[in-house]
Design a protein around this ligand. Sequence first.
Ligand code: KG4
Ligand code: ZN
Length: 341
Amino acid sequence: MINQDVNILAIESSCDETAAAVVRNGREVLSNVIYSQIDLHTIYGGVVPEIASRKHIEKINPVIEAALSEAKMTLDDISAIAVTYGPGLVGALLVGVSAAKAIAWARDIPLVGVHHIEGHICANYIENKELEPPFLCLVASGGHSHLVLVKDYGDYEILGRTHDDAAGEAFDKVARAIGLGYPGGPKIDKEAKNGNEDAIPFPKAKVHGSEFDFSFSGVKSAVLNYLNGCQMKGIEYNRADVAASFQKAVTEVLTEHTINAAKTLGIRNVAIAGGVASNSSLRARMTKACEDNGFEFYHPSPLLCTDNAAMIGCAGYYDYIRGVRSGYDLNGIPGLRLGER
Ligand code: KG4
Ligand code: ZN
């Protein structure tokens, strides 16, 4: 009997996670192996691209082997190889892309290049089997803050974007300023639980004139000014209050813009994605706002919000069944735009 299942071997290496996964028929994750380099970069206060590339080279083959073995498969069972080819750090992307091309060529398996942000959005399909386009998705990660209308599989319209820092980047910078270190998001999230989010009225991260766009550099500067002010006056600031108040300023705006866009467009299905989507305050605000407005709210579990290869396998599946194929000239594209090939 011919096996009708589509098994995608997915590879992700765009930043500081070396990851591989096997995904069956788009939404069933058979394995999801993530080697996180976070500990290596923590001492430098952020990701060092050269170190990330070197570690990816060391880890990529063992991670791919582990993903196949956990899925109890060999390359003979794989229908296509999906790999993140942008956006991201070019040296890091190249490791995954080269590994994927080598396996595809050696075993004559179709190759599908996947957009990293498309992967983040598709993470929502994995645990929400009923979710289908159209829906609205807030993508907030370390490098991106986008409000995206998912019109269909592979068909995206960007409604809003950040004019400066990405939301995750602001979390990372503020965390560094208050001595929490890298990665800032999860550390601020934890610290904020002991603080009062109404203690310090940081300005809302808004952009004048463009309803769905974001700007986070203002709120970041406001936090830095507040810290300087405290230092000059010889006052000790309350770290938990700063973390909680900053987190509120960011997550309130992310929520408001998303809900406003859903109302304007008449879309009732709302999702979040990307590393910042694992933030507890954002998830709580979005849950309440969606409930209040009668919207259906979708979110991946935290492990599928941050970088992983299962989401790339899911996005790669929908690309593959639409006939998308990449050649052996596939390259890492650091500034790849959503919807571009
Ligand atoms: O999606 P991701 O893993 O990588 C990129 O594609 O950028 O996102 C990483 C970002 C980092 O900036 C990190 O601080 C942030 O997501 N992040 C969080 C949380 N967990 C990760 N931000 C806020 N709260 C969290 N719990
Ligand atoms: Zn990411």
